[in-house]
Design a protein around this ligand. Structure first.
Ligand code: 3HC
Length: 288
């Protein structure tokens, strides 16, 4: 199998930007595509800031940081992705949008059997996304990174029903090359990470709603008592309350069980537009 020289990353948000950054740092060229030009500008500014910090902290030489930044092509043309030999999709968590995108990618790479089409989805079925890729279904795989991508070690590698084992093996090898620790899971709702994390977060909202404790105490108990870096409510703010509610609904639908539905208080905060860090207010207030 050919080595990956150029990674095509779709979506320049937090996840896509982070994926392009770690690829570039690992010596892999990245085409970072986003149709929204200001988003590309934001990603570039964050890359420059994080690389400067890495140099300042002595984790990277200035020349290496400069070379890494040069490896990223910030591009607003979808067609530019045809220059990639591996794709990682990191767009919004919308099933229909992803299905449409994977159909287009399968057409773009119809004659290039080596090109793997990976999705960074946090909960949408890889099997379903792969089905949209038709003949390319066997080379669709889940490559689930964690936020903040440059810091978190894990890549959860998801094998869809149609995914070739050789594609899983290559995904593991590429993740390692990007400095990550890959662990494989099968394609079931929420995979492993969100199957376990999200019900814990949801339960924290129930505990808060029922008056078991106030958010500060609740989070403090989980950070100090369980050694979690963040309490579940602060982590929910970090992930986005809308994303948490969405993933709970994916679990409830996929596992055919109402016990996974989002807590009413979580839904209420989402309805109020309190989505967490990204809106400046979720469980906690970040406006100050
Ligand atoms: N990008 C790059 N680096 C970042 C960063 C970012 N967005 N945020 C923090 N960092 C770096 C900081 O620069 C710092 O590095 P330094 O040593 O050079 O200063 C280092 O991380 C530690 O940051 P801080 O000192 O500011 O703060 P903390 O020590 O509290 O760490 C944290 C911050 C790494 C976010 C830590 O709180 C943590 O690990 N939290 C849990 C994160 C988590 O669980 N993520 C998974 C979410 S679930 C998910 O992504 C899956 C999806 O499907 C829902």
């Amino acid at each position: 199998m050919s080595t990956v020289n150029t990674l095509g990353v779709i979506g320049a948000g937090q996840m896509g930007g982070g994926i392009a950054q770690i690829a570039a740092t690992a010596g892999i060229n990245a085409i970072l595509f986003d149709a929204h030009t200001p988003q590309l500008g934001k990603a570039k500014a964050l890359h420059e800031k994080l690389m400067a910090r890495a140099v300042e902290k002595g984790r990277m030489e200035q020349a290496d940081a400069d070379a890494a930044l040069k490896r990223i092509d910030y591009n607003e043309s979808f067609d530019a992705l045809s220059g990639a030999d591996w794709i990682v999709e990191a767009i919004i968590e919308d099933r229909d949008v992803k299905v449409d995108l994977f159909g287009r990618l399968a057409a773009m790479f119809a004659d290039r059997q080596d090109v793997v089409l990976a999705s960074n989805t946090s909960s949408i079925s890889i099997t379903e996304i792969a089905a949209a890729a038709g003949d390319a279904a066997h080379r669709v795989v889940g490559m689930h990174f964690f936020n903040p991508v440059p810091v978190m070690k894990l890549v959860e590698v998801i094998k869809g029903l149609q995914t070739d084992q050789s594609v899983v093996d290559r995904t593991i090898a590429l993740s390692e090359r990007m400095g990550k620790t890959p662990l494989a899971a099968n394609d079931r709702p929420g995979f492993v990470s969100n199957r376990i994390l999200m019900p814990m977060i949801n339960e924290a909202f129930y505990a808060w709603m029922e008056g078991v404790a106030e958010p500060e105490a609740l989070d403090g108990i989980m950070t100090l008592g369980m050694n979690h870096p963040m309490g579940p409510l602060r982590l929910a703010d970090f992930i986005g309350l809308d994303t948490c509610a969405h993933i709970m609904n994916v679990l409830a639908d996929g596992l055919h069980s109402e016990r996974y539905r989002p807590c009413p208080l979580l839904e209420q905060l989402v309805a109020a537009g309190r989505l967490g860090n990204k809106t400046g207010h979720g469980v906690f207030d970040y406006s100050k």
